[in-house]
Design a binder for this molecule. Sequence first.
Ligand SMILES: Nc1nc2c(ncn2[C@@H]2O[C@H](COP(=O)(O)OP(=O)(O)O)[C@@H](O)[C@H]2O)c(=O)[nH]1
Ligand SMILES: Nc1ncnc2c1ncn2[C@@H]1O[C@H](COP(=O)(O)OP(=O)(O)O)[C@@H](O)[C@H]1O
Length: 205
Amino acid sequence: METEKGLLIVLSGPSGVGKGTVRKAIFSEPDIQFEYSISVTSRKMRPGEVDGVDYFFKTRDEFETMIKNDELLEYTEYVGNYYGTPVDYVKKTLNEGKDVFLEIEVEGAKQVRNKFPDGLFIFLIPPSLSELENRIKTRGTETDDLIRSRMTVAKNELKMMNLYDYVVENDKVEHAVEKIKAIVIAEHCRRNRVEKRFKKILGVD
Ligand SMILES: Nc1nc2c(ncn2[C@@H]2O[C@H](COP(=O)(O)OP(=O)(O)O)[C@@H](O)[C@H]2O)c(=O)[nH]1
Ligand SMILES: Nc1ncnc2c1ncn2[C@@H]1O[C@H](COP(=O)(O)OP(=O)(O)O)[C@@H](O)[C@H]1O
């Protein structure tokens, strides 16, 4: 019997909304059944980051070779650095019947939508624009000019909301995590799939 393919889950949203924070919180949960697709980037490694865990860190040349060789499902240039999703890992893992989770910015998510229209696309929004501005500011390093331009970009990114299957407000991280987990369960049911851990509860394989 052919293995049922996994679900491709894409979490996206405007810069500074909390995508990375929510994704890390999801993957720190003990019962999570998604596989995280580690992205490739040309940005410098930050203190505490580990190559092959947080990202696969590459030079710009290496990244451009990956683009030429069609090794990326999607990619984008964001604040002067490349970011992309290795295509082989995603395809292999979905074919094994496992769900794959991508946390990417909106331009990349649009590219994935074109290639995987059956994916589950979740858009994270802030509780308000002023809270989004606070979050961009709390990340620290940006000047006033940069914060203004980031807000303009973020407002345009928010307009992409209607291309998504679900919109989740990131008020409190733990609420956003619960909502995303509930959406995935609901989506499995809607697609007539039973989650592995529910199969255990039901005593079926
Ligand atoms: N398109 C795309 N965006 C990505 C990918 N990996 C990470 N990102 C996004 O790139 C942006 C910058 O990420 P990062 O450099 O880790 O810094 P952050 O701004 O502190 O989250 C975030 O919006 C991520 O969601 C990827 O593979 N593809
Ligand atoms: N629910 C939340 N409430 C308050 N602050 C948050 C929340 N989610 C994220 N943040 C903060 O907002 C900032 C941006 O979050 P980050 O995860 O880097 O965003 P993104 O990956 O979308 O660019 C960080 O300082 C983070 O700690």
